[in-house]
Design a protein around this ligand. Structure first.
Ligand SMILES: *Cc1c(COP(=O)(O)O)cnc(C)c1O
Length: 233
């Protein structure tokens, strides 16, 4: 629907302007920060809008939902998994997603590597780290990040692009800022220790992208600010 795409385009322009302003505020090049459109709970058409707007990729948080939408979507765009992944869905995820951002255990690494090898591909991944030490969040504990990374780097059918985190829900913006700064520190330390570039830092969503960008985010995952509230979807 034309009017719906127009609404999306206006929102995407506003989000992109917000990203660019946040970059200027901290002396970063706006080209370093990608806008990942989070299409979860929205119809496949949302991914088509993102493609038409020129975005590289969309993010989905459930395997089955993403697989179904991708099958319905004729637009050319990459699909990334950003939600918790259970090992028994690793095969499906490796087959149908272009990158998995939510890799948080050795078991999952093993399953994804095997499935990617069988699918004849090298699967790009990010390691999800619970950098805010949030008991309610998935992600590897920061203390386990090095062991997890070394294990992932040894898998021939995986390519580790970087790290991902979700900030704890909090009314205090300092909590998210600390979480993002922590992920950045973990990345810098692990990159120095292993020699892996770990270029991508996937952090920041609709409500906390400025603080994530200030801490070095290269991918902001934005749903609500692009597609509206999910409650009514
Ligand atoms: C839903 C979701 C987002 C987007 O959240 P918004 O607040 O709607 O921008 C980002 N990352 C993950 C992992 C999500 O599940």
């Amino acid at each position: 629907m034309q009017s719906s795409y127009d609404t999306f385009r206006a929102r995407a322009d506003a989000v992109r302007a917000q990203i660019d302003a946040a970059c200027r505020n901290c002396g970063r090049d706006p080209a370093e920060v990608e806008l990942l459109a989070v299409t979860k709970t929205h119809p496949a058409e949302a991914a088509a809008w993102a493609a038409r707007y020129g975005l590289r990729a969309v993010g989905e948080n459930r395997v089955q939902e993403g697989v179904e939408k991708r099958a319905q979507c004729t637009a050319s765009i990459a699909w990334e998994l950003i939600g918790h992944l259970q090992s028994n869905k690793a095969r499906l995820a490796a087959q149908h997603f272009d990158r998995v951002q939510s890799v948080d255990s050795e078991k999952l690494i093993n399953h994804l590597n095997r499935a990617a090898a069988e699918a004849g591909k090298v699967l790009p991944v990010l390691l999800q780290i619970n950098a805010g030490n949030d008991p309610a969040k998935f992600g590897a504990e920061p203390a386990d990040a090095e062991r997890l990374l070394i294990h992932a780097l040894a898998q021939p059918a995986l390519r580790v692009d970087g790290l991902m985190t979700i900030a704890p829900l909090s009314d205090d913006p300092a909590v998210a800022a600390r979480t993002f700064a922590n992920l950045r520190e973990i990345r810098d330390r692990l990159a120095a220790q292993t020699g892996a570039p770990l270029r991508e830092l996937s952090m920041g969503m609709s409500d906390d992208m400025e603080s994530a960008i200030a801490a070095g985010s290269t991918i902001v995952r934005v749903g609500t600010a692009l597609f509206g509230s999910r409650e009514t979807a």
